[in-house]
Each structure stands twice: as C-alpha cells, then as structure tokens.
Design a protein around this ligand. Structure first.
Ligand SMILES: Cc1ncc(COP(=O)(O)O)c(C=O)c1O
Ligand SMILES: [Zn+2]
Length: 405
C-alpha cells in the first residue's frame, strides 16, 4: 500500500485517512467528495511487475488498502482488452480497443469498487455494509460480500432490471426495493446508513471506490503494452467510473510509467445527461439536477453524486461529454454484438454509441479505447424489440426457411 491522504475536490483541504470517513465535513456530501492522493515518491513500481490478466490486487502498491487485510478470492479485474482492427477501419480511426468488463464475477465494472469497499469495511471493523444502486453496484456488492461475514443491505429502485434484482436474492442480501428513483433510493440509504452505523458503499461518498475502479485504466495501460490511447470513451451516470479513468492514468503518469493521459470522453444518455449539462455550463462546476428518462437504467441518474470530480477530471484530460439517444444506444448494442461478439447492457454499449457518433471528428490517426461496463444478460428486456418469438410448428420449419432464402 502506498501512503495516502484524502483531499477535498472542492476546497482542497487535505485530511489524514483516519480524520474523515467519507466526504469533506466543510463542503458536504455533494461538493466535497474526496480524492485519494499518494506520496508518489514513496511508491516504487516498474512496468515489468504488472501482467495482462492478473486481477486487481496486482496494483496493491497503488491502492489505499493495508497489507494482509481481507481480499476477495473472486477474480475481479484482469478483464480482456480486445483489439478490433476491422471496426477501427470502418470508423475511420487508427486503432480501436474494447475493454470488456462483463466478465467480472457479477458481470459488471462495479466489482472493482465493491472489492475495495469490502476490504475497507473489514479494515475499519464494520460488520454491515450497504449501498444504493441503479442495479450493478447492488449485485456486485451482494455477490462479493456473500462469502464474507458482512451483512449487506441494498437499496435500489424496484424498477431495476429483474436479472440484477435476482442476483441480490440469490446472493442472500437484504434487499430494500424502493418505490422511487435511484436518486431517491440513494438519499434514503444515506439517512438509514448513518442512523444504523453501517459502512457506506455509495458512489462518490466513499472515496475508496474510485481507487478500485481506476484499475480498469491501469489494465488498459498494461494490456496496450504501454501505448496509451488518445481517447477513452466511458458511459456516465454518477460520474465515478469516468473519474476513475482519469485517476488511473494520472497515477501511472505521476509514477513515471506512462507519458500521457488520454482525453477522457464521457457519454451520457440524452434523457439523463445531467453531468454533460454541468460540464457544458463551465466552471465553477455546480450540481444541477434533472429528471431522467432513458432505457439505459444503469446510467439513469438525475442527481449525479460525482459530478464535480467528473467535470474537473474530464476537463484536465482535455476531454468532454457527449450524449446519445436511446435509439442510438439500442442500435449500438446490436452492432457491437455483431461486429465484436460482445453483448453489452444498454449502459455498456453507450460508450460505443458515443464513439460511432463522433468517430469522424477524431482524425484518422486516433487510437481509441471504449469501455464496456456491463454484460448484456443483465437487461434483456431492453433489447426485446430484436427478439422474434413467433412460434413455428415443426412441420413448418422447411417452409419458413424456404421463404427466407
Ligand atoms: C454498466 C454501467 N455502466 C456505467 C455506469 C456509470 O458509472 P457511474 O455511475 O460511476 O458514472 C454504471 C453505474 O451504475 C453501470 O452500472
Ligand atoms: Zn472541502
């Protein structure tokens, strides 16, 4: 573990890790999310010590966890980075790689954060952990905590896709299906969590989650043989995953392992583009909440909790935010599946929808990575329009095939 401190993204005040648990007491939960900052001089790492398919714990020296504390045995991270030359050619760019995180234990990117949250819960001596979630952080926390002694409480909108909700029950979590939005589930979870003294695995509030998530960026660097892409496209809800991509590359840059940070491009659903709205208004980045409407349930966030950090980091990277319609997301799901063999849930394919939309502005020399954050089996209802279940009697099959030819 590298020595670290916690710094408020808003006022810049620096805290010792045992001085604050979650957010800056001066700036509050919304503005004062914390960044983990390391003493980079103190961390000795070399490129050679990282390998392409190891799990997240290979980055232990740049994670805020104690030596010898609890580590999940499940294989979190070490997910594939696929090189797709034909797709790159069709998009008119030099290189396209796809970071596919649907292969994580509970099938989404969120496992990277839950793994760290559980480690921290043990280090800090909690016996109960909770989160509010659009669905994936929930199933991830439920899955990774199932084989531990931690009690787990999950707050999520009852409207979340049934596959994600089913994961919760199979993993034996205590489920609180909220009759309301994710934003409402989040607010009530914070109140109850404080009242009960449970450990909070809520996006943005818990500063350590982003450190787990940044391992995706570290893996892209390692798996690209240290040839850092020019652009990384990430789908955005609360803004923690996208912030983590900047932070991962930043850490490697500060450690002298890479010589540039990619432009980070945030892709939001048009019906839930709350972070983009704040970014486009410019600095100072202040929360400005909206009502949402999109099929991409995972990123249907109207009150993004990491909006300040996401905007600051994306700006520092030289990137920006774009938005795509639900129709663009749906066609991106099918096109990605057919061209790459990767079946993504709506929020997972949103990054590809964004790339398709603006690929022609990036230049023919552009090297691009997109992050596919969730497995398509998580939400099959979203793609039901592609499914044709018109029944055929066995003796009609030949006739049907004849007509098709
Ligand atoms: C599949 C998927 N993609 C992207 C995101 C966006 O992450 P964030 O809310 O940190 O912006 C989420 C968050 O739930 C997700 O589940
Ligand atoms: Zn502050």
């Amino acid at each position: 573990m590298g020595k670290y401190k916690l710094r408020c993204i808003n006022c810049g005040k620096v805290y010792e890790p045992d001085e604050v648990e979650y957010t800056c007491p001066v700036c509050g939960d919304r503005l004062g999310t914390l960044e983990v900052i390391y003493d980079y001089e103190d961390i000795k790492v070399q490129r050679e010590e990282f390998s392409k398919f190891e799990n997240i714990w290979q980055f232990e020296k740049i994670l805020p966890i104690e030596k010898g504390s609890y580590r999940t045995h499940l294989h979190v991270g070490g997910t594939p980075l696929y090189n797709m030359p034909k797709m790159a050619e069709e998009l008119g760019i030099e290189k396209l790689t796809i970071k596919y995180d649907g292969t994580n234990p509970t099938a989404s990117y969120k496992d990277r954060a839950s793994a760290i949250a559980i480690t921290k819960a043990y280090e800090k001596g909690y016996d109960t952990i909770y989160c509010a979630s659009t669905g994936n952080a929930a199933s991830s926390l439920a899955g990774l905590s199932a084989p531990t002694e931690l009690k787990t409480y999950i707050f999520l909108p009852a409207s979340a896709p049934i596959a994600k909700i089913s994961q919760l029950f199979i993993y034996g979590a205590n489920v609180l299906p909220i009759d309301g939005t994710y934003d409402e589930a989040f607010d009530i979870s914070m109140e109850i969590g404080k009242e009960k003294g449970w450990y909070c695995r809520n996006s943005a509030i818990n500063p350590y989650l982003l450190e787990g998530k940044k391992t995706g960026a570290l893996e892209i660097a390692v798996q690209s043989d240290w040839e850092i892409p020019d652009y990384v496209f990430v789908s955005v809800g609360d803004g923690t995953v996208i912030s983590s991509f900047y932070k991962g590359f930043y850490d490697f840059y500060k450690l002298g392992l890479i010589d540039k940070i990619p432009k980070i491009i945030g892709v939001q659903a048009e019906g839930a583009a709350a972070v983009k709205r704040v970014f486009d208004k410019g600095e100072p980045f202040l929360p400005d909440d909206i009502e949402t409407n999109t099929i991409a349930d995972s990123i249907s966030v109207g009150k993004p909790r990491d909006v300040v950090k996401a905007c600051k980091y994306v700006k520092k990277s030289g990137g920006y935010f774009i938005s795509v319609s639900d129709e663009e997301i749906l066609s991106a799901i099918q096109e990605l599946a057919i061209k790459s063999g990767i079946f993504a849930e709506p929020a997972g394919a949103t990054s590809y929808a964004g790339l398709k939309k603006i690929a022609n502005t990036l230049g023919k020399n552009a090297k691009v990575s997109i992050v596919v954050t969730g497995n398509g089996l998580k939400d099959v209802k979203a793609i039901e329009k592609f499914v044709n279940l018109k029944k055929i009697k066995p003796d009609e099959v030949r006739e049907v095939l004849k007509n098709e030819n």
